[in-house]
Ligand binder design. Structure first.
Ligand code: MN3
Length: 250
């Protein structure tokens, strides 16, 4: 090849590389937005502030694992109350942001009402969507591969998550998160705290949780929290978990 031809060819290749790089990254961004859209859909915002998304199933749909009365009270009273009080606390603190991640990233500088009710609002908004009458079984695809890589097997993961839920002292939540290194991790939190908060010991993006406050199970299970935790696996909506996983990784 003559020198002149070589330069010309290199320049064409170079231009091709310049063109293809932004194209690839813009595709990835679009993909990321689509994957992040599910997470955003769980936290709807209206004129009055943050809203409860409608339940994707009826109050009796999760029977016999989660009873109808618990669902009615938990969604209709507890979660509704957190939602109302969260909006009131934001107003009282003069917080106008509707970016829940941003609010939690600064939560230590706000009033306890923002932390407690904001956590109560967000944690339940995810929880309803981690359950489905068509749930249970096992995850698939990239999520299953990541679970196996991190925890050894799906059963090992279930054991770890169940133990985290069972060992919460008093009221709180257990979580599966994508941590700051992009890896899956199981963690737990007290009260209505969550891993998006700046005060969290272990931070990350939640992709699965379980509510272990007594109000989540006491009507049906009384003191048998372990039975509630074991039955939770029968309703887990792995499609939703995978969507949040892919969104968190995007
Ligand atoms: Mn609850």
């Amino acid at each position: 090849m003559k020198k002149r031809e070589f330069i010309k060819t290199s320049m064409v290749l170079g231009a091709g590389a310049l063109f293809s790089a932004p194209l690839v990254s813009s595709c990835a961004n679009t993909n990321g937005k689509e994957k992040g859209a599910f997470a955003a859909s769980l936290i709807p915002v209206g004129e009055e502030g943050f809203k409860q998304k409608e339940l994707p199933y009826s109050f009796d749909a999760l029977e016999p694992y989660i009873d109808t009365q618990t669902m009615e009270l938990h969604f209709g009273k507890h979660h509704a109350g957190y939602t109302r009080k969260f909006n009131a606390a934001l107003k009282a603190d003069g917080i106008t942001s509707t970016d829940i991640k941003e609010i939690f990233a600064n939560v230590s500088s706000y009033s306890p009402g923002v932390r407690n009710n904001g956590g109560g609002y967000y944690n339940h908004s995810l929880y309803w969507n981690f359950m489905s009458p068509d749930g249970g079984g096992e995850p698939t695809g990239d999520l299953l591969a990541a679970i196996q890589e991190t925890f050894g097997s799906f059963d090992d993961f279930k054991k770890l998550f169940s133990e985290a839920a069972g060992s919460v002292f008093g009221s709180g939540w257990a979580w599966l998160i994508v941590n700051e290194d992009g890896k899956l991790q199981v963690t737990a939190s007290s009260n209505q705290d969550n891993p998006l908060m700046d005060i969290a010991e272990v931070k990350g993006t939640p992709i699965l949780n379980i509510d272990v406050w007594e109000h989540a199970y006491y009507l049906k299970y009384q003191n048998k929290r372990g039975d509630y935790i074991q039955n939770y696996w029968n309703v887990v909506n792995w499609d939703a978990v995978e969507k949040l996983y892919l969104g968190a990784k995007a």
